[in-house]
Write a protein that binds this ligand. Structure first.
Ligand SMILES: NC(=O)c1ccc[n+]([C@@H]2O[C@H](COP(=O)([O-])OP(=O)(O)OC[C@H]3O[C@@H](n4cnc5c(N)ncnc54)[C@H](OP(=O)(O)O)[C@@H]3O)[C@@H](O)[C@H]2O)c1
Length: 441
């Protein structure tokens, strides 16, 4: 029996990968796409970014010598930028080794009237440890906001970007960090959406792993009263992804069974939280260790499978019988994806979210045919570019759910800025659970 309001969603599923849009969302999606197209937005970019001239684009993250130069003359580069000074990184060490002394005090003076220098993590060379630098602040543009960053979420994508393995390539050097929470310090003359002292989350695309971040006001969301800055930093990408994957792509219905892989990771636990507490679905958590399976169960999964112990398909079969699962949210790829695909029920939907295992599997199309199943992708950043009103509404939903106490992000570990390389290692060595944050305070 399909509830009336879900008939359109079911019809969408039957058509294939049509997203489930709430009332009015189709129109706003189209409007959003038109707006972004008109603004010349490049859909290949992951997250909010304004195309800046090269010299300016680097300003928030790089060290700049502002003092007098040998031989005289200004250190401010033509076009308003400053000379960039690369820090030295040790050669021959591991990609992301433990933290080592990283302070490179290069800044001499700040821009007049822009406040104190601040520290930022810098990727100066791909596949090398990040370094911590002092950065001289620059003035905010009329549409921009300066934020005192409290927490920055560390995402798998940050690590891939610092290895040059992400679909987005950043010009070196750059400061990673796609999401943060903090307090507004200063607003540009055209900004009326936030004011000094407001608590906000921001999606800068990169630049978040710094004590301060200058960001377009469009990429900020107010944090509701009952949500802490710590919790808020864990919401945007993980919960945004979970909500889009479960609601928008897979159109998950109450009572359906959802299989989630990498279930104890940041996105995995967010999927469990949203599926069980918002959508009233049943979750089978699949993870790589018994401890992770146990955590996933504590966070709401009804059952779990440790896929390092044997066939995921067989284990899921024992749990649900020949019927299979209605929805799969896969973060791992490779064989785990293929086994999850084979676990789908009639008219099941599998959402490709990531390839944490490092292998991109090919879809055997006959499996889709035999079960009238659907395989679909989810790339959160693409929604920002092409359907901003929907993206913004879903993110506001995550904040609202948290304010109401219906969801609760699990923060596994908080590292200090100077421990950023340890934090990266913690994630790549599969030791992390839930969200890993950097504390900038
Ligand atoms: N498409 C999008 O818009 C989007 C958005 C968010 C995230 N993602 C992607 O989704 C994936 C998970 O993201 P996340 O933030 O949840 O990451 P996370 O918290 O770091 O979790 C990643 C998990 O992947 C599993 N994994 C399996 N093989 C691995 C390997 N070889 N190396 C490292 N981890 C491995 C590990 O869990 P087990 O030990 O339990 O296997 C690990 O805990 C990433 O690929 C990320 O890029 C995509």
């Amino acid at each position: 029996m399909v509830p009336r309001r879900d008939k359109a969603a079911a019809a969408g599923r039957a058509r294939g990968s049509a997203p489930c849009l709430r009332k009015g969302e189709a129109e706003s999606a189209a409007a959003g796409a038109r707006t972004r197209a008109a603004a010349g937005a490049d859909a290949a970019h992951l997250l909010p970014r304004r195309p800046l001239p090269a010299a300016r684009a680097l300003q928030p993250t790089c060290s700049r010598r502002a003092g007098p130069r040998p031989g005289g003359g200004s250190s401010v580069a033509p076009g308003g930028g400053c000379e960039l000074t690369r820090p030295q990184t040790p050669k021959g060490g591991p990609s992301f080794g433990p933290s080592y002394p990283t302070f490179v005090p290069l800044c001499r003076t700040a821009w007049q009237g822009c406040g104190r220098n601040y520290r930022a993590a810098l990727c100066a060379e791909l596949k090398r440890p990040l370094v911590i630098e002092e950065v001289a602040p620059r003035p905010v543009q009329p549409h921009e906001v300066r934020v005192d960053v409290h927490f920055c979420g560390i995402n798998f994508a940050d690590i891939l970007a610092c290895h040059g393995q992400y679909q987005e390539r950043h010009q070196l050097p750059f400061t990673p960090g796609m999401e943060f929470s903090g307090m507004v310090l200063e607003t540009g003359t055209d900004v009326s959406t936030v004011k000094e002292g407001d608590r906000v989350i921001g999606l800068p695309g990169f630049n978040g792993m710094a004590e301060e971040c200058i960001i377009d006001h469009m990429n900020l969301w107010q944090i509701p009263e009952k949500v802490s800055l710590r919790e808020a930093a864990a919401l945007p990408l993980s919960y945004g992804t979970a909500i889009f994957a479960l609601e928008h792509r897979a159109c998950t219905q109450p009572g359906e069974t959802v299989l989630v892989t990498a279930a104890a990771g940041a996105t995995g636990l967010a999927v469990i939280d949203v599926a069980t507490n918002i959508l009233q679905a049943k979750v089978i958590a699949a993870a790589g260790s018994d401890e992770k399976c146990q955590l996933a169960m504590q966070r709401g999964a009804q059952s779990s499978v440790n896929y390092s112990r044997g066939s995921l398909k067989e284990a899921v079969g024992k749990l649900v019988g020949s019927g299979g699962v209605n929805v799969v949210i896969d973060m791992v790829g490779g064989d785990v994806f293929l086994e999850a695909l084979r676990s789908l029920a009639y008219e099941g939907r599998i959402v490709v979210v990531g390839f944490a295992g490092g292998t991109i599997a090919s879809v055997p199309a006959n499996l889709l045919l035999l079960k009238n199943a659907t395989a679909m992708g989810l790339y959160l950043g693409r929604y920002w570019h092409q359907s901003f009103p929907i993206f913004s509404r879903r993110l506001s939903s995550a904040l609202q759910y948290c304010q109401e106490g219906r969801i609760q992000p699990h923060i596994g570990e908080v590292f200090k800025l100077e421990e950023v390389n340890d934090a990266f290692l913690h994630i790549t060595q599969r030791k992390s659970t839930g969200k890993v944050l950097l504390s900038l305070k």
